[in-house]
Write a protein of this length. Sequence first.
Length: 407
Amino acid sequence: MPHSAVVDGRSTRPRRTSAYLLGSVLTAVAATPAAAATPPTGGALAGPAPKIRAVQCRTDCMGLTAGHVGSRVRVRGKSLKRVDSVVFQGAPGAADDVSVAPLRARKRYVDARVPRTAVTGPVALVSADGAESAPTALPLTIDPTAPAAPSSSDGLAIDVEVQGNRVFYGSERQAQVSYIVRDAQPVQVAVELIRLTDGVAIARWEPGVVQPGVAQTITWDGTAGGRVQRDGRYAFRVFATSQSGVTASSAQAPAPGTSPKAVPASFLFQRHIFPIRGAHTMGGGTAAFGGGRGHQGQDVFARCGTRLVAARGGRVKFKQYHSAAGHYIVVDGDATGYDYAYMHLRQAALVDQGDQVYTGQPIGFVGDTGRAHGCHLHFEMWKGPGWYSGGSPIDPLPLLAAWDKAS
Ligand SMILES: [Zn+2]
C-alpha cells in the first residue's frame, strides 16, 4: 500500500508528496485520465481531503464488507463530492492497486463498481485536486469470480450492521442500519428498533419483499409516536421470512447478564452532547447558577480557543455582542421547549441568527469577551417561551454534568 506509506491516516489536508506519488500510481494502473492528468495543487483551490468512514457492499454481495468483482460498493464519509477515483488497494504494494471512476459521488458517499482485477484490501478515495483519503480501516473482501447463482441449499441468513456506535438526536448523522439477506429467492422482511433497557420495540419498519444480496438501509430519526426517545442503548433487529416459510432474525434476545454493548446492531442514543470539546472545569460559588448577583447560568472554564458545539440542535434565535455577555448566541432547542445560551465566545459565533444548527455542530470557541474573568463558557437554559421573552432560567448544572459524563 504505497498510499498509507505517505499518508499518516489522519491527514485532513492534501499533501503535495502524496499527490505526486499517487499521480504516478494511478497512471501505472490506468486510472481515469482526469485523475492522472490533474496536477496536484495543494493550494488555495484544493478542498478538504476526502475522509472515509466505512465501505459497504451494495449489490451482489456476500456480506456487508464482502462482494464480488462487479458488485456495487458504497464508500461513506465526508467531503466526497469531488472524489474522482476510487482506489482498490489490494495487498501491500502498488502492483495490484486498481482505480476506477465512481459511478456517483455525493458529499457523504461515493458509489463504485468493483473492477475486474481488484483484489481484497482497503479502499481509498482521491479527489479531483489530488487530495487522498486514508484507506479504510477494514479491508473490502473481494471474491474474484462473478456472483454465483444463488443456491437454495445455503439457507436464509441476515447480515446486519449499524453506522456508528453513538448517535445524537438532531445531529448530522442519524441512527442507520444496513442489512443484507441471503437466500435463493426474495425474502419478506421487517425491522424493529428495540430499547435494550426494557426490551420494548419502539419502532417498526416493513420494507416488504427485498432482493437477496442487495444492501438495504433504514434510518431512525430518534423519535417514536412524534416524541424524542430517551437516552440509552438501542438495537435494530431484522426479521426475515423466506418464500418457503423459514424465518430468521438478526439477533436473538440477549441472554440475561449480557452486556448491552455486545448486542449486534446496537448503538447509544443521546439527546445532547456536552458543548465544550476539550478539557474543562465546572465553576462553583459565584460561577454556579444563582451565585453572586443572581447569576443565571453555569460557568464552565476551559482554555480560550477550545471548540464549542451546539449541545442540542435548533434555530439560532440571537447572535449578538453585549458588553457583559460578550459574543453570544441563543439556540431554541428542537423539541425541548428550552433556549440554550452560550456566552463570552472568543469571536462572533460560526453560525448566524436564523440558522438551523444540528446537535454537535461547531458554533464557536471558548473566549473571555464581555465581562469575563478568565476564559470560560457561560451557559444558560431557559424554559419556554424562552430567553428574555417570558421564560425563566433553570440551573443547568445537573444536565451539563450528565452530558459531560456521557459524551
Ligand atoms: Zn457566568
